[in-house]
Design a protein around this ligand. Structure first.
Ligand code: R5P
Length: 259
């Protein structure tokens, strides 16, 4: 890795812990105005001080985030589908690397769809993105998307994460599952987890704790933060798990004043 790439990478995975709390607010790129994220600017602003990085599209970045914000940007550069289609795997790269640099992105990210009808295109797009991003010193986060018919088990997620790393992704986002340590153990780059659908706050903290305990380098969490009735308290509680090695019970206790 060259200096610029390492510098950007270390702005996301915090050098003190090797982990990150990334706030995911890119859902609108195929879901439109996702519940809780109808007005991204309002949602993002109070959470920014507690996010190590912000994952989003260029449209939301340009229109809803203060350019004076100091948060590293993980820019989604894939898209081209919507929830109106049954098959969400038909994505293309949607942003050039020159644009990513103009937007001062710290990292670029795209989804891969292992086992889906467009598996090959998404994987070759990842290879192309790594090539192009490398030329600008930009790290690449691969997101292992899961189709409706696919099981989120350790066997599948190990396969998808390993393929992403083999194709050159600098880190990978996937889902937590039983046997998660096998997913991490078989992947030569750091693995972070998505939060997934909104669940009870207590359960979301347990998910984050189990993931970190089993080797995740942090979280890229969206709905379980911005759809919570206590978004700021939730992201702060997640930080205690990721960066202070607190348990889910200890993190839950920090929510007491809000509950
Ligand atoms: C999904 O493709 C998006 O990249 C989301 O950012 C991701 O799923 C993380 O958000 P959540 O924690 O809401 O699952």
């Amino acid at each position: 890795m060259d200096w610029g790439l390492r510098n950007r990478f270390s702005s996301i995975l915090q050098p003190a812990t090797g982990r990150c709390v990334m706030l995911a607010v890119d859902h609108g790129y195929f879901q439109g105005p996702t519940t809780g994220l109808e007005q991204p600017g309002r949602v993002i602003k109070p959470l920014l001080p507690y996010a190590d990085a912000l994952m989003l599209t260029r449209g939301v970045l340009r229109n809803c985030v203060d350019p004076a914000a100091r948060v590293p940007i993980v820019l989604r550069v894939s898209g081209g589908t919507s929830v109106l289609k049954d098959d969400l795997s038909d994505e293309e790269l949607t942003v050039s690397m020159e644009e990513a640099i103009r937007l001062n992105a710290a990292c670029v990210t795209m989804s891969i769809f292992v086992g889906s009808p467009h598996e090959k295109a998404s994987l070759t797009n990842l290879g192309r993105l790594v090539d192009e991003a490398q030329g600008y010193g930009l790290p690449v986060l691969a997101v292992t998307a899961v189709g409706k018919e696919m099981v989120r088990d350790a066997r599948y997620l190990s396969l998808a994460c390993r393929i992403a790393a083999e194709l050159g992704a600098h880190f990978v986002k996937t889902y937590y599952c039983e046997g998660f340590e096998k997913v991490v153990g078989g992947c030569p780059v750091p693995v972070i987890i998505a939060g997934g659908k909104k669940i009870e706050e207590r359960e979301a903290l347990k998910l984050a704790y189990h993931a970190v305990r089993d080797g995740a380098a942090g979280v890229d969490m969206g709905r379980n933060i911005f759809q919570s009735q206590w978004p700021v308290e939730m992201i702060r509680a997640v930080r205690t798990i990721v960066h202070d090695n607190k348990t889910d019970t200890q993190a839950w206790d920090t929510l007491k004043p809000a509950r």
